[in-house]
Ligand binder design. Sequence first.
Ligand SMILES: Cc1cc2nc3c(=O)[nH]c(=O)nc-3n(C[C@H](O)[C@H](O)[C@H](O)COP(=O)(O)OP(=O)(O)OC[C@H]3O[C@@H](n4cnc5c(N)ncnc54)[C@H](O)[C@@H]3O)c2cc1C
Length: 488
Amino acid sequence: MIMHDKNLIDEFENELKKNGISRRDALKLLGLSGAGLFLSPNEAEASKLYASDVKAKIVIVGGGLAGISTAARLTNALSSPDITVIEPNPNSVSYQPGNTFIGAGLYKKEDVMYKLKDFVPTGVKLIEDKAVEFNPENNTLKVSKGDTISYDFLIVAAGLTLDFSKIKGLEELGDVYTQDEKEKVVQMFKGTGASTIYNTNAAAITWENMQKSIEEAKSGKKLNAVFSHPDTAIKCGGAPKKIMYLMDARLNEASKQARENVDMTFYPNGTKMFGVKAYEDAIKEQYKVRNMKYKYAHNLVEVKLKEKVAVFNHHWEEKGAYDPDIEDYNILKKSELVEVPYDFLHIAPPMKAAPEIGSSPIGSAKGWVPVKKDILQHVKYENIFSLGDIAAIPLGKTGGSVRKQYKVLVENLISLMEGKEMKAKYGGYTVCPIITGIGTVMLAEFDWTMKPTPSFPLDPTKERYIWWILKMYILKPMTQYGMLSGRV
Ligand SMILES: Cc1cc2nc3c(=O)[nH]c(=O)nc-3n(C[C@H](O)[C@H](O)[C@H](O)COP(=O)(O)OP(=O)(O)OC[C@H]3O[C@@H](n4cnc5c(N)ncnc54)[C@H](O)[C@@H]3O)c2cc1C
């Protein structure tokens, strides 16, 4: 399904040319070397550069995108690396944006899921277990089988889990990883019309549900398609909208009448479509053009799978009585439960750090791993670093953020090991390529300034085919081979 051939590169180059950008400039802007883009892990291994002779035992918790990219870059940079990765899941999905494509039938599960062992850098030790207890005062941690692991430096890259316990009716799923192959996820959603792209198996069910809805809409049935966005931080905040745009595109592809038969509504807990005004305005206009609706301040709290009803907590504020003490009106918080019948439901579940880490001595009050957001060092323990979805960093929960963070982390860690000042800084860059249709993407790049920070000299609020090529065909090898070999 996924193209990796010369035609694709030519097509990308032609699109670049049409937009007045040479391929060389584009790769420079993306921070890539043309050759590095399609290297296999072994080829990348062969071309590693030694930069430091400093020695220390480094333990990385989590063998996902952030963990393996960091392990690979450290392996490339150290002449005598001593790196251990602890990871309980034998399978991995580092190009998780591919799940969105699975949900719309554009990728298959095999396109994104791989055996972790095939991507562990040569020389790195893998412990196939879960870190369950942290003792940062003694520089040790315990894994679930009982072994104690010591370290000189610890990197926490354990991502996040999907917290289904917060949705009534789905509680028995408990904590689920994106790449989890738990049979109960499939059993829970199969044939129900409800599912989520945040788990890879469930993404395949999302596509089954979508196809069923399209068939029914084609034959004249009126349907309700409902999309949620929870009240917690989530990875890739744009994904719940992307699957909605793709369903709209798939329905239009089937027929104009099929699309007209489906009422599509997005129910976010928040009161904005996007945190950056320029992208928010663009998205609202895109929704209007497509006749997709949104209703703010609705948090999904229950799913009645049998009855096909989603229950939302709708909340708002009202002006209360005048309070002479504060010389202002009191604000009353109001809420009501709203039952929404659905034929198709996309659930973006609440998310949290794995509790064994979030609630441990290295966790923050809110259950993430607190770091100095620019240098990625733990706020309390100077030999602990964290990055990726689990780190308590604003806008940090995307693969695009990890791509910037892991280089900063490695540079700073090596400086610290060498007794030098840590000079590398993460500036909060993140990217959310909003898929607005089959063949169009709006490349929403921004940082802590909450202003667009486009890598290319093009209006970032425009939907473009060129970003579709990038997202659908180029970012996957760039992530899975480029980042996981520590080079991109
Ligand atoms: C549907 C979807 C769409 C997305 N779209 C985009 C997009 O368009 N653009 C973008 O940039 N990003 C996107 N993302 C987000 C991006 O994929 C993540 O931000 C990125 O994968 C985070 O990497 P990570 O290493 O922090 O977490 P992961 O890659 O999830 O890895 C964490 C690893 O830690 C392991 N782990 C957990 N607990 C423990 C423990 N106690 N001990 C040891 N190991 C543990 C897990 O098993 C897992 O392998 C999307 C994600 C999804 C799900």
